[in-house]
Design a protein. Structure first.
Ligand code: M6R
Length: 610
């Protein structure tokens, strides 16, 4: 997830672009850059780190001009460096990009063969060279962008300027957001409404497959194929603060709703749907190593450790590898017996959690192979690892982790499918089913978000004054119960516990009485009968049962006080759906109680202390 912004008009554009980038910094902040046409040439300034570094560079050597583009980066391809910062230039062209080009390696090889000098590791520079090549054939910028995009597969929101066509920005979009701001004698574009809001409230939200040509006086929208589009102009009445959160009240709610997109981005270019497999180069473990691993340790903290627990189910079931889940703080507090036959997977949103980092380093010292599943490119854990599998959820601002949790689960599922195929434990037909299932997940998650929201809000109103809440789950639903409890306690400050449903009768059942809501995860899976027995046990003790169940499960309706239904899916995908109502429940309870949802008391987003 990156932020892009563009301006064409009569004002000096660099301050406007910087202002836009500041409003988009929540989308990424590892480097930033501007390209501005000064009446003769396009000048580019880029700097790694926060926006203030770019501002310092511009203060030393200002860019002037009335047409320009700007970018704030969240690295996905290529490490954090000035060379990999946007804009990227090829010939007369400067390009900024948010998204992931899936076929960039093949395009890069062809361009290099044709003599292109590619200076960065990014997929974006490939787009610049493709457009430049078309311009050299005599095409206008608009037609060159159109022709270049025909060769590109993947997600993009791009803005392009050309030296010999000044006072013009060409933009295009597929699967990454792009908004056009319609001003008086000036027009703008941006990844999100906040970037354009100080200058205009009239916007066009581009659809996938559309592009536009912006000049100071006009905005013309077409499809990428060239068909004119009569785009709808909307008037935005959000405050700037609301706009930053895309109209959501809190980042956490926004991030809950971003999960389908986070999954799409995390799996983009990694699913080989033709062969029902995972693209080997994307996993970071060679097929040879995949067959040699004797044991996997999944090491993480907090929510990431719950994703690890779901990952253990995948690795054991699909790849038949003995798998151990370790809390990073405990792992490093022992003297774990690990060595060269072991794969240690460090899972972390921030990539900076001290306990996870130290555990990863211990594992490496003992000779284990280290794979990082992290969200922040170039973070300490990524740097310490032998291989990285990035979740591409984009920056997560809310302290309570949501979109990174589901992105971590899908990364672990892809890892398990990859290992299962290489080790011969996962039949081709089953792998193909899972790959197709992964591709369907984002839409199913969207359906759950829209289908459960109202009922969960009603439940939050009903149970917001509870003193204690229990969450029960079995199999892969156990970590989801833990995650539901963690979400509720960290933002609503209600005491909540997650238990393995079968463990209830060994003690925790004593906690249940008529004042204790019990959330039972009872989806239709191999554990359903046993989950139903546990549900009955809790009900018999007077507990107020809220079931998270599969659509059409009449048995549950007969027993539970409230039932939140999720679609019936292949059981491997159930955790992705059942966690959503629990995230929403925690959010709505906290919001109703008036807590500081995005920055709950005593907590920090990144924990760099022991
Ligand atoms: O950045 P990490 O994934 O390593 O962070 C781990 C935990 O600190 C984190 O998941 C924490 O538990 C969250 N606040 C949970 O919402």
């Amino acid at each position: 997830m990156c932020g892009i912004v563009g301006y064409v008009g009569t004002k000096n554009c660099a301050p406007i672009l910087i202002d836009g980038l500041r409003r988009l910094e929540y989308r990424g902040y590892d480097s930033a850059g501007l390209a501005v046409y000064d009446g003769t040439r396009i000048n580019v300034t880029r700097a790694i780190g926060k926006l203030r570094n770019l501002e310092a560079a511009l203060a030393a050597a200002p860019l002037t001009g009335t047409t320009g583009i700007g970018h704030t980066r969240w690295a996905t391809h290529g490490r954090v460096s000035e060379a990999n910062a946007h804009p990227h230039v090829a010939g007369e062209i400067a390009v900024i990009h948010n998204g992931i080009i899936e076929n960039h390696l093949a395009l890069r090889a062809r361009l290099v063969k044709d003599g292109a000098k590619i200076l960065s590791d990014t997929d974006t520079e490939i787009i610049a060279h493709l457009i430049d090549a078309q311009c050299r054939k005599g095409l206008s910028l608009e037609d060159a962008v159109r022709a270049a995009l025909k060769e590109v597969e993947g997600a993009y929101a791009i803005a392009v300027i050309r030296k010999s066509e000044p006072q013009k920005i060409v933009v295009a979009k597929n699967a990454s957001p792009l908004v056009l701001g319609l001003g008086e004698g000036e027009n703008l574009c941006g990844s999100d409404i906040p970037a354009v809001l100080p200058y205009t409230r009239r916007v066009i939200i581009l659809e996938d497959g559309q592009m536009a040509v912006l000049t100071a006086d006009a905005v013309r929208v077409t499809t990428v194929d060239g068909t004119p589009v009569d785009a709808q102009v909307k008037t935005i009445d959000w405050s700037p603060a609301m706009a930053e959160k895309s109209g959501y009240k809190h980042f956490m709610l926004k991030e809950i709703h971003e999960q389908p997109r986070a999954i799409e981005d995390t799996v983009r270019g990694r699913l080989d749907r033709e062969n029902g497999d995972i693209v080997a180069e994307e996993i970071g473990l060679s097929p040879e190593l995949a067959t040699k691993i004797e044991r996997v340790y999944l090491v993480a903290c907090g929510t990431s450790s719950h994703a690890a627990m779901v990952g253990r189910y995948y690795l054991e079931r699909l790849a038949r590898i003995p798998t151990v889940v370790e809390l990073a703080s405990e792992f490093r507090s022992r003297d774990p017996v690990i060595g060269p036959g072991d794969l240690v997977v460090a899972i972390s949103q921030s990539g900076e959690t001290l306990d996870t980092l130290m555990a990863a380093k211990i594992a490496k010292e003992k000779g284990a192979k280290l794979l990082a599943i992290v969200n922040v490119m170039g973070s300490a854990i990524a740097r310490a690892s032998d291989a990285e599998l990035y979740t591409r959820a984009g920056p997560e601002i809310g302290v309570a982790s949501t979109k990174c949790f589901t992105a971590q689960m899908v990364a672990l599922l892809m890892l398990a499918v990859y290992l299962g195929r290489r080790r011969g434990t996962l039949p081709a037909a089953r792998a193909a089913e899972l790959v197709e299932g992964i591709a369907r997940l984002p839409q199913q998650m969207r359906d759950v978000l829209t289908g459960t929201r109202q009922l969960v809000l009603h439940l939050a109103r009903r149970y917001m004054d509870a003193r204690d809440v229990l969450f029960l789950g079995r199999g892969a639903s156990f970590p989801i119960a833990l995650e539901g409890a963690l979400k509720l306690k960290e933002i609503s400050y209600i005491h909540a516990e997650g238990y393995a449903a079968g463990e209830m009768k060994h003690g925790p059942i004593a906690l249940i009485d008529a004042n204790v809501p019990v959330v039972v995860l009872a989806p239709k899976d191999e554990h359903h009968d046993k989950s139903m027995s546990n549900l009955q046990e809790a009900k018999a003790r007077g507990g107020r049962i809220i079931a998270i169940a599969s659509e059409g499960d009449e048995d549950v309706h007969g027993l539970a006080e409230e039932v939140v239904e999720v679609p019936v899916v292949d059981p491997e995908f159930t955790p992705f759906l059942t966690v959503i109502p629990l995230q929403l429940f925690a959010y709505y309870v906290a919001d109703l109680k008036g807590t500081d949802v995005d920055q709950p008391r005593n907590l920090a987003k990144t924990v760099t202390v022991e």
